[in-house]
Design a protein. Structure first.
Length: 421
């Protein structure tokens, strides 16, 4: 039986860890796997990908000469403009936000649209014949546009799955003006009409996206990467020494200050004796977080320890007593990637604030995993009595249901349904 050739059209700088993992666990006897996208070397390491990834998947990368937002973030991180004066810091943060929002508003549909022809060129260089299935994945929409053009221009009978790891025009992270939103939706509908299947990561998003496109949307949730057992944290990493007598809590990744109850959490901490508690944040340095730490005089107990690779982050999570999570206030279909990693770490989760009923809270209830703290009173009560816990109460089989290995099987069933029909 001839294998189906699956070609992922995506930049894994953005679609990792979802797409690399969903591809990696597909049945190698049924599929031949390819990946076309921008070179990721500046943003990911081989340890961030499944083991032997490049032996399993044939890749064709192109170089992206312009990356506006990465350059902007890099310049901001290297900037010394932030001072200890809150006023100066607040003004700087305001203008930085204004600049980013302005750039987002003028990039249609996104800042990578100039790479569409690079996708086409690299796909054509594969010289494929027979059954070909494209798997495009946002962010950003450019990947879907490239897949649309490949399918439109090819003489092959190409099938196409458009994967919405993030939504396009309906993305709650971007508040487009009404004119921009009108054209964005119109363009999105035109592009997606050619897709054989459209996939997203949660039921609420599937309903939302289905209403826009007037079609059925399949759901394949995100998951956690199964880490390599042979990987060890680097001895030269700038990691804090964890003392046995203290309780250590870890937060991983980006913070969405407008969508999460971060200020409420810090307002609560200033009323607690924190001598025996330390909270660490890993990820890009956040000046907004710095301000909150200083304003609440928590410099000795709350620390930013820098950005680590995904593999380092996953290993580190297993060393902490609790994992800290800020739930979302206004999007019940957005399940953050870090939440799946927390599940895979098999540690209790402290869930702060957000809406009363979210996908995160439903999963926590289902797994009986950690504590949900909705207001300042609950936060104060919990932290006043917090204690170290053992791992004995964590069900590892329940966690495995949320792994990418499990989710990849759902993708395989979806692919089979396209060809069986």
């Amino acid at each position: 039986m001839k294998k189906i050739q699956i070609v992922a059209i995506t930049d894994i700088e953005h679609s990792s860890p979802r797409i690399p993992n969903l591809l990696y666990y597909l049945d190698k006897d049924k599929y031949e796997l390819f990946l076309v996208g921008a070179n990721f070397a500046e943003y990911l390491t081989k340890e961030d990908l499944p083991p032997d990834f490049f032996e399993r998947i044939k890749t064709s990368f192109f170089r992206r000469k312009i990356n506006i937002f990465s350059s902007l973030k890099r310049n901001i991180e290297n900037s010394n403009i932030i001072s200890d004066k809150g006023k100066k810091s607040t003004i700087y943060l305001y203008f930085r936000k204004m600049l980013i929002n302005f750039l987002l508003s003028i990039n249609f549909p996104d800042q990578y649209i100039f790479t569409v022809n690079k996708y086409l060129k690299n796909f054509n260089s594969l010289r494929l014949k027979g059954d070909v299935l494209l798997l495009s994945s946002s962010p950003y929409p450019t990947s879907h546009i490239a897949a649309y053009k490949i399918k439109s221009n090819s003489k092959l009978d190409i099938k196409w799955i458009a994967d919405y790891r993030d939504l396009w025009s309906l993305n709650s992270n971007y508040s487009f003006n009404s004119l921009r939103l009108f054209f964005e939706k119109k363009y999105e509908k035109k592009i997606l009409q050619l897709a054989d299947r459209v996939v997203t990561v949660s039921d609420p998003w599937a309903i939302k996206q289905g209403e826009l496109l007037s079609r059925k949307i399949d759901v394949i949730p995100n998951g956690y990467t199964i880490p390599s057992e042979s990987y060890n944290l680097k001895t030269n990493s700038n990691l804090p020494l964890l003392k046995k007598q203290k309780i250590y809590i870890l937060y991983v990744g980006a913070i969405y200050f407008s969508s999460q109850d971060v200020s409420m959490f810090f307002n609560s901490l200033k009323n607690i004796d924190m001598d025996n508690i330390e909270i660490h944040f890993i990820g890009r340095h956040s000046y907004e977080l710095d301000l909150l730490i200083k304003q609440n005089k928590l410099e000795n107990n709350v620390k930013q320890i820098g950005k680590l690779s995904r593999a380092e982050s996953q290993k580190l999570q297993k060393l902490y007593d609790y994992l800290l999570f800020f739930d979302l206030k206004d999007d019940d279909g957005w399940v953050l990637l870090k939440f799946y990693e927390y599940i895979g770490a098999n540690k209790p989760i402290i869930c702060i604030g957000g809406a009363n009923k979210t996908a995160h809270k439903k999963i926590m209830h289902k797994l009986s995993r950690g504590k949900i703290l909705l207001n300042e009173e609950q936060i104060i009560d919990f932290f006043k009595s917090v204690q170290k816990l053992s791992n004995e109460k964590i069900n590892l089989e329940d966690s495995f249901a949320y792994s990418y290995k499990t989710q990849s099987k759902k993708m395989e069933n979806l692919i089979d349904s396209i060809y069986n029909n």
